[in-house]
Design a binder for this molecule. Structure first.
Ligand SMILES: [Cu+2]
Length: 433
């Protein structure tokens, strides 16, 4: 990390654009010019990609059980598609070119229309050349509200990202280089948070919806200015709130926090050196009737119970990368000795079947593994179920078992969400019939 380019945030962060209430909405991918660095530094804007003129794209909100209906217009000069990350979605709407749809050609439109069954914090992002299109800004928050939402004073999406910038504030052109692909991915030299609103009152109880939109960086975040508790991971409620601590979000992961704000709410990235500022929610005024009492759990989301005893036992070994000694054509990475998308699925499941998958990281790098269309239970070393997630972070030379009920019919991608790893081999798919 180049400290000189790793600048502090000195101005209020830009707000996420206004909420798009899902009816039939238009979502147009297009080039956008974004000033990521503070104005007074004399930097130019970065040539990026966005939705409806902005990155992050508009915050889409829908009530649980409601439909998201989006006319996606591809206004960029390459094919694209949108994936609705974490939604237990109708397979045809999952947005994976080559598996669930054809890529949407430049100038063409694709109608996405699907039910969002489970409340929680999700996000949408490009799923074609995603190592480039997501890195350039093609993503946005997707919030599925509880039918009876918990009472909070503010509900704020916090989108985390980093970018590799040139000294004048543009995006560094080194997209898709083989060093990034074979190492830790395209790590940025500048990071910040985008907020859907940037002010709270002293005494407000605030729901923070953290979303890691970065293509490679795992964010460990220190949140100051109040006391909080974690209430959901990857959109799914925890049975009981957990201490806020310093949340760790692998690429694509989300963490919901309910925080009682006393002072400006500060966000810092914890790299190896000193904490790096990501942004601040300013305090304006005081809440005349602050919430009291402990943070309550979110209403539970009913999901299929896994059959732990009858589960099919599988191993998904992550292999390759620099120091991993595996090279096959342009691919650096593999699952179980196989790089890239196989013609036949890695596994076929009968609908409702449970699998216990040992995700074993035989590489020198961390990987956040995402299963499309499903969540799964992370299992502790003694086999007890932990968080119920759609993306799990496995550290180098470590392994984690997960228990997944494959109850959503269709063809589902499984891949590393370090998107350069995905592009260079770390992906496969399963079919649920
Ligand atoms: Cu990876």
């Amino acid at each position: 990390m180049n400290r000189r380019q790793f600048l502090a945030i000195s101005t209020a962060c830009a707000l996420l654009p206004a909420t798009g209430r899902a009816g039939a909405m238009r979502l147009r991918a297009e080039p956008v010019a974004v000033r990521l660095l503070p104005d007074e530094e004399g930097h130019g804007p970065a040539e990026m990609l966005g939705f409806n003129g902005r990155t992050p794209g508009p915050e889409i909100r829908v009530r649980a059980g409601g439909r998201v209906s989006v006319a996606f217009e591809n206004g960029i000069d390459r094919p694209s598609a949108i994936h609705w990350h974490g939604i237990h979605i109708d397979n045809a709407m999952d947005g994976v070119p080559g598996l669930t749809q054809d890529a949407v050609a430049p100038g063409a439109t694709f109608e996405y229309d699907f039910a969002a069954p489970h409340p929680g914090t999700y996000w949408y992002h490009a799923h074609h050349r995603s190592w480039e299109q997501v890195a350039k800004g093609l993503y946005g928050p997707l919030i599925v509200e509880e039918r009876d939402p918990p009472k909070v004073d503010r509900d704020i999406a916090v989108v985390l990202d980093d970018w590799r910038l040139t000294p004048d504030g543009g995006l560094h052109p080194s997209f898709g280089n083989r060093h990034d692909f074979s190492h830790a991915g395209r790590l940025g030299n500048y990071a910040r948070a985008f907020f859907s609103r940037d002010r709270v009152r002293a005494g407000d109880r605030v729901r923070l919806r953290l979303i890691n939109a970065a293509t490679a960086r795992t964010f460990k975040v220190r949140i100051g200015g109040g006391s909080g508790a974690v209430v959901a991971q990857d959109g799914m409620p925890l049975a009981a709130p957990e201490p806020m601590g310093e949340p760790v979000l692998a690429p694509a992961q989300r963490t919901d926090i309910v925080l009682d704000a006393a002072n400006p709410v500060t966000f810092h990235l914890l790299p190896r050196g000193e904490p790096y500022p990501l942004g601040t929610l300013a305090v304006e005024g005081a809440n005349p009737a602050p919430a009291r009492g402990p943070v309550e759990p979110l209403p539970p989301t009913p999901v299929a119970a896994p059959d732990a005893k009858g589960a099919r036992r599988l191993t998904l070994a992550m292999e390759g990368g620099a120091m991993g000694g595996r090279h096959r054509g342009d691919d650096f990475w593999a699952f179980n000795g196989r790089s890239g998308m196989p013609d036949a699925p890695w596994q076929r499941f009968a609908r409702g079947e449970t699998a216990r998958i040992t995700m074993r990281n035989d590489t020198a790098f961390p990987h956040g593994i995402h299963i499309h269309g499903h969540h799964f239970h992370e299992l502790g070393a003694d086999g007890t179920p932990g968080h119920y997630r759609d993306t799990t972070l496995v550290d180098p030379r470590k392994s984690r078992d997960v228990l997944c009920v494959f109850d959503n019919p269709g063809k589902w991608l499984i891949h590393c969400h370090t998107l350069g790893h995905q592009a260079s081999g770390m992906k496969t798919w399963v079919e649920v019939a």
